[in-house]
Ligand binder design. Structure first.
Ligand SMILES: [Zn+2]
Length: 358
């Protein structure tokens, strides 16, 4: 592992090389990064050539009309803003920008239930399966995530975005919906990448306004998953204490970052630069999963951050830079929150446009 001073020197080198176009990161060098085994400049050029010759190109888009069938109505009749129109409006924006045709369509096909059962308790799964419409759709959301991982591993695409609902990062084992979530999509996907495809170390980055408590819980003592969540600790579910850093062999691999209401692009990206990037460099992942929640965008109905679409472009690019350096570009992104219909559509489009840069 490099010392902090080595890392700073490496990072500066990357910024300089990015400015020269050497590393191919020229557009967004603000959070430029190098992994633990960073090659020198000469090797970077050859790595770049190698990347150009790899078959994995393009961005997959997981979509299924059945994701629109799930309508969340609480027992008291309440209707939270996690509604089908989130995807309808998103789809309109993707079509308007030609992103539906620029991406590779991926229909959820992977068998999800064995992998859901490997993470969740039998009681929880039985309870969710009893839900006539929402149960199957929640299972289909996991299937979409696993299908995206299969496509990336097979080299069908370089990366993928999953326009899935319901979201997953609050789903523990309560036998009911929690925070609009039923199954822990990102956690199941991470374990699937490991158990089915043999990847050893998975990085999960959660930029949703809310803490990814279920993902944290799934890997809290697990040294094979680095989990980073930047969120408003004062908001639901109030579990994202930055003092919670993992335990046992997973100590130091659970990173909770609190951001105040009004947090800006610089606030978020600064924490990526000073906290996430060094952790990723030390961890050296071989697969990257994003819990892409867009309720951290300005003007969300539930969130109070002020992130612009540029922040989502930069976070996406930086996650891709991590993956390009350590994981042959393997990034699978899962939709979590985002409740301002226009805002979520615009931020998602920016996210996908960046993924398409390869
Ligand atoms: Zn959220």
């Amino acid at each position: 592992m490099r010392t902090p001073s080595d890392f700073i020197r490496t990072r500066r080198t990357f910024v300089e090389e990015a400015a020269l176009g050497v590393a191919g990161f020229g557009l967004l060098p603000a959070t430029a990064w190098a992994c633990a085994e960073a090659p020198d400049a000469g090797e970077l050029e050859s790595a770049s050539s190698d990347a150009a010759s790899t078959p994995a190109t393009g961005t997959g888009l997981v979509w299924d009309d059945r994701y629109l069938d799930h309508v969340l109505i609480r027992p008291d009749g309440g209707r939270p803003p996690e509604i089908p129109d989130r995807l309808v409006r998103m789809r309109e924006e993707l079509v308007a920008r030609g992103l539906d045709e620029a991406t590779v369509p991926l229909a959820p096909a992977a068998e999800a239930m064995p992998h859901i059962e490997a993470l969740h308790t039998p009681e929880h799964v039985a309870s969710i399966r009893e839900l006539e419409v929402s149960g199957p759709v929640a299972e289909l959301a996991v299937s979409g995530a696993l299908t995206a991982i299969d496509a990336v591993v097979a080299g069908q695409v370089r990366n993928a975005f999953c326009a899935i609902r319901p979201p997953g990062h609050h789903a523990n084992n309560t036998g009911a919906e929690e925070g609009f979530c039923y199954y822990s999509n990102a956690a199941v996907a991470a374990k699937y990448a490991q158990g089915v495809h043999g990847f050893e170390r998975v990085l999960v980055i959660d930029w949703d306004y809310h803490h990814g408590n279920a993902t944290q819980n799934a890997f809290y003592d697990d040294p094979s998953v680095l989990f980073f969540s930047a969120h408003d600790w004062a908001a639901y579910p109030r579990t994202g204490d930055p003092a919670l850093t993992g335990e046992g062999e997973g100590s130091g691999l659970n990173i909770n970052v609190h951001l105040d209401c009004g947090a800006t692009d610089a606030d978020m990206l600064g924490r990526w630069d000073d906290t996430l990037s060094p952790a990723v460099a030390a961890f050296d992942p071989d697969f990257v999963i994003l819990s892409a929640g867009f309720d951290s965008r300005v003007d969300d109905l539930l969130g109070c951050f002020a992130l612009t679409d540029d922040a989502f472009r930069r976070m996406t690019r930086t996650a891709m830079d991590y993956a390009d350096t350590c994981c042959e570009g393997r990034v699978v992104s899962l939709l979590e929150g985002g409740y301002n219909l226009d805002g979520t559509a615009l931020a998602t489009a920016a996210h996908i446009e960046t993924l398409l840069e390869g």
